[in-house]
Design a protein around this ligand. Structure first.
Ligand SMILES: Nc1ncnc2c1ncn2[C@@H]1O[C@H](COP(=O)(O)OP(=O)(O)OP(=O)(O)O)[C@@H](O)[C@H]1O
Length: 309
């Protein structure tokens, strides 16, 4: 028998009074995956995460972590899971080290200092070990949140908007840390509004909208659905009117610059360049932009007739 997936959800529903926050979600996340859970505000992402963490009671359906039901086997499933929440709920009188020891205690770990030291070093918190939580900057508090979630070395970690509002440098540091944690074999689930972040880190993407998974695919497959490219061409002077063969591709123009949108599956870039070279101006620069996850996200939500966040 194959081992159970890290996360398994089937027919999962959550109703708040008459509002359906999750309307029957099926999802299996295998061990070791870096999974991106995306969706506009109110789509149900936090509800799903909170059900997995045993913090919200599901209305119906199943939810398991490594085969342990999140309610019936709460202790075992929770032991397998680390959740990095959006906000730090803590007693501000503790130092960072005291706080992480306390968290270890919740998981029955009394001698956890070696791992706490390693976590603090990895997250650049070592020189704040004895600082009071109250005195930390927003970025430092964010690191403490991550350390808190990992204090019991969970095989599955869920990061809910881990880099919201942090500066570029810290974001890059957190990406490196998450990538390394995943490369060590841990399963990572990330929710984010920064689609660039999901594109950089996640191998598979699920898009939730109004409590339903409207897309679930490998990131590369999602992106491969899009065959258009945007070609920006800069000339040494005004190139004049485009030949008729290219006029239909024009999507913008600036000073001595033309922007063409081409569908690669139908138009050859070579033929387009040859036609451009016939214009009475020299090409100085060419830039080809490929679709990114943001384009895929917008398009998928657009096809559903729904607005993006
Ligand atoms: N405790 C609650 N009581 C009533 N409705 C709730 C409750 N928690 C969430 N909801 C509703 O359920 C829906 C899903 O909310 P949820 O927080 O899961 O979305 P989300 O995708 O995490 O959004 P965001 O990106 O804004 O965090 C929303 O319409 C929200 O208003």
């Amino acid at each position: 028998m194959s081992p159970p997936p890290a996360v398994w959800v089937s027919g999962l529903r959550k109703a708040y009074a008459s509002h359906l926050a999750l309307a029957g979600v099926d999802l299996a996340i295998p061990e070791g995956e870096f999974f991106g859970l995306l969706g506009p505000n109110g789509a149900g992402k936090s509800t799903l995460i909170n059900i997995l963490a045993g913090m919200v009671h599901r209305s119906s359906g199943r939810a398991e972590i490594f085969g342990f039901d999140v309610e019936r086997d709460f202790r075992r499933s929770r032991q397998m899971l680390g959740v990095v929440p959006q906000e730090l709920a803590y007693d501000p009188f503790f130092t960072v080290r005291e706080f992480l020891r306390l968290q270890s205690g919740y998981f029955g770990l009394r001698h956890n200092d070696d791992w706490i030291d390693e976590l603090m070093a990895e997250l650049d918190l070592a020189d704040k070990a004895d600082a009071n939580l109250r005195s930390l900057s927003g970025g430092m508090k964010r690191r403490v949140l991550i350390a808190q979630a990992l204090v019991h070395r969970p095989p599955v970690v869920v990061l809910d908007e881990p880099t919201a509002g942090v500066d570029v440098e810290l974001r890059q540091g957190l990406w490196r840390f998450m990538r390394r944690y995943n490369q060590e074999g841990h399963t990572v689930i990330l929710t984010t509004h920064y689609l660039e972040e999901a594109e950089e880190l996640c191998s598979r993407i699920g898009i939730l909208q109004r409590g339903r998974l409207i897309a679930l695919d490998a990131k590369d497959h999602l992106l491969a659905r899009f065959t258009w490219r945007v070609l920006t061409v800069t000339f040494d002077k005004d190139p004049g009117p485009l030949p008729e063969t290219l006029a239909g591709f024009l999507s913008g123009a600036g000073e001595n610059t033309l922007v063409l949108r081409l569908d690669q599956s139908r138009h050859s870039l070579g033929a387009v360049l040859t036609a451009l070279q016939d214009l009475p101006a020299q090409i100085l620069d060419l830039h080809v932009q490929e679709p990114d996850l943001e384009d895929a996200f917008t398009d998928i939500l657009g096809n559903m007739g729904l607005e993006q966040p």
